[in-house]
Ligand binder design. Structure first.
Ligand code: C2O
Ligand code: CU
Length: 498
């Protein structure tokens, strides 16, 4: 295949998004023609999405910032408009988001925004160079798309390991016909933090990619050895983080949510971390799980939840009377993030508090079922792709099907799909670690009746089958949401054929 020709034609179309009727790229040889992000198939799908006439306009500036993590901790990082998490965005389903991103990052740092979990038009998905050209320092790019599925989402750049900077914020798409009854809602954003404290994410990645081979075990700043979790099937993570944050704050000086006893609150919990799964519990409360990754599930009660990077869970709690720690235990890392819920009098717990609920029932996606209205009627697939997760810590050669992804040539080793088909992906994890696998632009179903999700934990040595309808043409990344695994090469392109 002549991927150079195909790429240059693809990118030539990117400058003329909207104007061009570039339906597909032409190819030489026998390689199939692929749907082009700025082409007519993508535009036609967006048109079918319809939506309200309402536009929600915002501006976002990505720039260096000195942020206050609370408790006297300050960090130099990159953030949207000087804060981490960035200011959340709220839309009503069907509204058009118009977001102008200005890149004020230093040096040659290009950037982008990926709207994690949203089934949007492909040319707004924020993955340079596959879906747009990178936004250069000093320049801007305007994202414009309809968000038609309600739910809890977030956004972050899709360049290098910028995900592990302070560049992230929640994106909530409200349901104008919200079926759940609750009095209040709180957004809970979890993050593992290194930037500007012990080093930068680029330094972390550089150390990890040197691999364990030949490394003197005592001689590393960021690499974490011996993080173990039964829930995650063994090795829990690779990176040592000095802090775990809830809504951008350290446990010594936590965010305080205030409410009234007896009130019902919806928590929208987002794991924006890069290498940490969190086990989350609210002391003295049961949680009722209502959604994961934006989509409804059959309600289930639980004491705690396990949330991988990129996953989101919505839960309902009925507030008790007092002061309660909301703890995000960094799974397998023996450290935690903290927020407080205050509805009455009482003393605040210590920063390292461990509510007993953490060791009660711990819900994972495999214990949930899709709600009736979002469940796929049958799981008869037209095509099955085997997605082997490969590589390891020793050589830090994380990959899919043994081939590390090259962002400069995203179509190499692409997984080809055709619009209108039901696709089955079999994630076959041959590695000794768990991986939170994320598919852009779609929400797959776990197995026959499991939840609809866009990010799913695949345990070591296990296989997970997921199903989705190929109804959103474009070039869509499929990758591990461990920022370092993804950047090392555990990523591929699910490419629609023209
Ligand atoms: Cu959170 Cu490829 O994305
Ligand atoms: Cu991974």
């Amino acid at each position: 295949m002549n991927s150079i020709n195909r790429r240059s034609i693809l990118l030539a179309g990117l400058g003329a998004a909207g104007a061009g009727a570039l339906a597909a790229c032409t190819t030489s040889g026998s390689a199939p023609a692929l749907v082009s992000p700025p082409g007519s198939a993508v535009a036609a799908t967006e048109k079918r999405r319809g939506g309200t006439a309402r536009q929600h306009k915002i501006a976002l500036t990505a720039a260096p910032a000195r942020i206050d993590l609370g408790g006297g901790v300050k960090a130099n990082t990159w953030a949207f408009d000087g804060r981490t998490p960035g200011k959340g965005i709220r839309l009503s389903a069907g509204d058009t988001l118009v977001a102008e991103l200005a890149n004020q990052l230093p040096g040659k740092a290009t950037t982008s925004i990926h709207w994690h979990g949203i089934a949007l038009r492909n040319d707004m998905d924020g993955v340079p160079p596959a879906t747009q050209t990178a936004v250069r320092p000093g320049s801007t790019f305007t994202y414009r798309f309809v968000a038609d599925a309600p739910g809890t989402y977030f956004f972050h750049p899709h360049v290098g390991v910028q995900l592990d900077r302070g560049l992230y914020a929640p994106l909530i798409v409200e349901d104008p016909r919200e079926p759940l009854a609750y009095d209040d809602e709180w957004v809970v954003v979890l993050d593992d933090w290194v930037d500007g404290v012990t080093g930068t994410p680029d330094e972390v990645f550089a150390e990890l990619t040197r691999g364990m081979g030949g490394m003197d075990m005592g001689d590393n700043t960021f690499m974490l050895m011996g993080a173990k979790s039964d829930l995650l099937g063994g090795d829990a993570g690779d990176v040592k983080y000095p802090y775990h944050l809830v809504n951008g704050r350290v446990p010594d000086d936590p965010e305080v949510y205030t409410g009234k006893p007896g009130r019902k609150v919806r928590l929208r919990i987002i794991n924006a971390g890069s290498d940490t799964a969190y086990r989350v519990a609210l002391s003295g409360h049961k949680m009722t799980v209502t959604h994961t990754d934006g989509f409804p599930v059959r309600h289930r009660q639980t004491d705690a939840l396990l949330i991988g990077m990129g996953e989101r869970y919505d839960v309902l709690v009925t507030l008790a009377d007092g002061v309660f720690p909301l703890v995000a235990l960094a799974e397998g890392k023996n450290t935690s993030g903290l927020a407080l819920v205050r509805t009455g009098s009482g003393r605040a717990p210590t920063a390292a508090v461990r509510p007993r609920e953490l060791n009660g029932t711990v819900m994972t996606a495999s214990g949930l079922r899709a709600a009736g209205d979002v469940r796929l009627e049958s799981v008869a697939a037209d095509v099955t792709h085997r997605i082997e997760l490969t590589g390891g810590m020793m050589h830090y050669n994380w990959a899919i099907n043994g081939k590390p992804f090259d962002m400069a040539d995203p179509e190499a080793n692409a997984i080809l799909v055709e619009e209108g088909r039901r696709v089955r992906l079999d994630f076959v994890n041959t590695t000794a670690m768990w991986h939170p696998m994320h598919l852009h632009g779609h929400t797959f179903q776990l197995g026959r009746s499991g939840p609809r999700k866009d990010t799913a934990i695949v345990l070591p040595k296990k296989t997970l089958s997921v199903f989705f309808d190929a109804d959103n043409p474009g070039q869509w990344m499929l990758h591990c949401h461990n920022a370092y695994h993804g950047e090392a090469g555990m990523m591929t392109d699910v490419a629609y054929q023209a």
